[in-house]
Write a new protein. Structure first.
Length: 199
């Protein structure tokens, strides 16, 4: 894979954009004028070529006030999206305030969908403050720092999550800050020894 890596930017050349990528890029273009964001979880590995399915793309945003959220809500509806939760704008905002995710999809299409959440804790805030700009053909997307992503996926512990972590590690093992990775693995109380992740 052809990429250039720095702590706050990854340039990924020659990537073929999939329908899923087009969906995410389209959503981000609507979202960005309203709020900054960071993409986390499984889609990050998919962006770098991991072949696996996903139904949802997890996106974190800073907490929005009711008026700001209402504007985002109205814009998404006018741009052909719909909310899969049954609540109205006020109910969706309350769900976000209670640290629940709300789901957004293109109208009359349930899959794929975006799971949108407010930042809820110190880990979320660190992910957001350390977000990395991923340059891909025709777009720029902000994603979770790779070292946090690897440690968090090991912490989640499902077979798919561990495979995501190992996939990202194999791609970036020569570029990662080992001290940073070790810190995050200690934070999540996970070890990489069993999987060949060397610190």
């Amino acid at each position: 894979m052809d990429f250039q890596y720095t702590k706050d930017r990854i340039v990924l050349g020659g990537k073929h954009l999939t329908l899923l990528d087009d969906f995410v890029i389209g959503f981000i273009r609507v979202l960005e004028p309203h709020t900054p964001y960071v993409i986390v979880s499984g889609y990050v590995a998919i962006l770098f070529g991991r072949s696996r399915g996903t139904e949802d793309i997890d996106i974190l945003i800073p907490p929005l006030g009711r008026e700001s959220f209402d504007k985002l809500h109205a814009t998404l509806l006018s741009e052909g999206y719909e909310f899969l939760n049954a609540e109205d704008a006020g109910g969706l905002w309350e769900m976000l305030r209670q640290h629940m995710g709300i789901r957004v999809a293109q109208k009359d299409r349930f899959i794929p969908n975006i799971e949108l959440k407010f930042l809820k804790d110190e880990v979320d805030r660190r992910v957001f403050s350390g977000r990395v700009l991923l340059d891909i053909p025709g777009a720029g997307l902000y994603i979770s720092p790779v070292d946090i992503q690897i440690a968090y996926k090991l912490y989640l512990g499902s077979e798919k999550d561990i495979e995501d972590a190992l996939y990202l590690y194999e791609i970036f093992k020569n570029d990662l800050d080992r001290t940073e990775l070790k810190t995050w693995m200690e934070t999540f109380r996970v070890r990489g020894d069993d999987y060949g992740i060397e610190l």
